[in-house]
Design a binder for this molecule. Structure first.
Ligand SMILES: NC(=O)C1=CN([C@@H]2O[C@H](COP(=O)(O)OP(=O)(O)OC[C@H]3O[C@@H](n4cnc5c(N)ncnc54)[C@H](O)[C@@H]3O)[C@@H](O)[C@H]2O)C=CC1
Ligand SMILES: O=C(CO)COP(=O)(O)O
Length: 323
């Protein structure tokens, strides 16, 4: 299976490294310096510095070069997947969606965006607790690889699997997507708890109540509870809610310490998906009458409301049943 990767950020590069264990890989990157660095020095100095990359990875700046690949890993940020896929030659090429987010304006999950652009392409979703630098360094990692077509799932899984990279099978594409999209918003909230020094109890409470939000939203959209409780949901939530290696957690940390969202987001080259997903997730939840107070709180923080006021309002909500 000849793999192409769309996106030369940290995660696209790490996944190219995973795929390169089983053969040559062609990676499309938007930045000419990333293309040049990978081809000339086997390193992505911009987004994954210090990791020697496999010589099996070749980079290109032309999406047209991806024509004829047997599968494409789609790893552009969620807000750009539609635009990039429109310029990519895809016929019935399987698209493995690896971005985590919901498209602003349309409120579509990345899989729905891909399906709208390339209706004949089979869709799979790869998601889970996966910091790019650990995957690229070959540390043990497990992911959900979801696809409605079980034979395609099995061939993608066997192409990508190695002793340090274990894809678990699922047919719940929506569930795998929703876990990854929602956890980014909750990771911002967990960072705020850390930044405002609210303590370990508060963080555990936020993870549990955040998981309740993820479950309510996911179930309303047809996700299966076992997917949400698995690697792509709870697994990724726990990872990104406990480490400053998470860009979303780090954004929240700054907010909790009193920095302004606009300042923290200005000039960043790396993506904190939760900042884009939070408003659209809150809109989608409100429209479906799903209670998501933590998501709403993250939206207010991103709009510039001081962390202290947002935290006080969250804690002053009426008491309710846990279930
Ligand atoms: N970094 C990680 O550890 C992981 C990231 N992801 C997800 O992978 C996706 C990509 O994130 P990263 O690779 O981390 O990115 P990154 O933060 O390392 O780099 C930013 C990426 O955005 C791209 N970009 C910026 N503007 C663009 C535009 N107008 N059109 C197309 N691309 C544009 C850049 O070319 C670059 O590839 C995100 O959805 C993220 O949530 C998922 C799992 C792990
Ligand atoms: O999705 C991730 C790990 O699974 C990466 O999280 P951040 O985007 O918050 O860095």
């Amino acid at each position: 299976m000849r793999i192409g990767v769309i996106g030369g950020g940290a995660w696209g590069t790490a996944l190219a490294q995973v795929a390169a264990r089983g053969g040559e890989v062609l990676l499309w990157a938007r930045e000419p310096e990333v293309v040049e660095g990978i081809n000339a020095r086997h390193e992505n100095m911009t987004f994954l510095p210090g990791v020697p990359l496999s010589p099996n990875i070749r980079a290109t700046g032309l999406l047209a070069d991806l024509a004829g690949r047997d599968a494409l890993l789609v790893v552009a940020p969620a807000q750009h997947v539609g635009a990039v896929l429109r310029d990519t030659p895809v016929d019935r090429t399987p698209l493995v969606l690896c971005a985590k987010g919901i498209e602003a304006g349309t409120r579509r999950l990345v899989g729905e965006v891909a399906q709208a652009v390339h209706p004949d392409a089979p869709i799979a979703v790869l998601s889970g607790p996966t910091f790019a630098h650990e995957v690229a360094a070959g540390l043990p990692t497990a992911v959900t690889l979801a696809c409605a077509d079980e034979a395609l799932q099995a061939s993608l899984a066997s192409r990508l699997a190695s002793p340090s990279f274990r894809p678990y099978a699922s047919t719940d594409v929506i569930g795998a997507e929703i876990g990854g999209a929602v956890k980014n918003v909750l990771a911002i909230a967990c960072g705020v708890v850390e930044g405002a020094a609210l303590g370990q109890n508060a963080r555990a409470a936020l993870i549990a109540r955040g998981f309740a939000e993820m479950t309510r939203f996911g179930m309303a959209r047809g996700a299966r509870p076992e997917t949400l409780a698995g690697l792509s949901g709870l697994g990724d939530l726990v990872l990104t809610c406990s480490s400053t290696s998470s860009r979303n957690f780090s954004l929240g940390l700054g907010l909790g310490q009193g920095a302004k969202a606009a300042d923290l987001l200005a000039d960043r080259r790396t993506v904190a998906e939760g900042a884009f997903t939070a408003p659209v997730l809150a809109e989608a939840a409100a429209q479906a009458d799903i209670d998501m107070p933590i998501t709403d709180a993250v939206c207010r923080l991103l709009e510039g409301v001081p962390a202290r006021a947002v935290i006080d309002d969250l804690l002053a909500r009426p008491l309710r049943d846990e279930a």
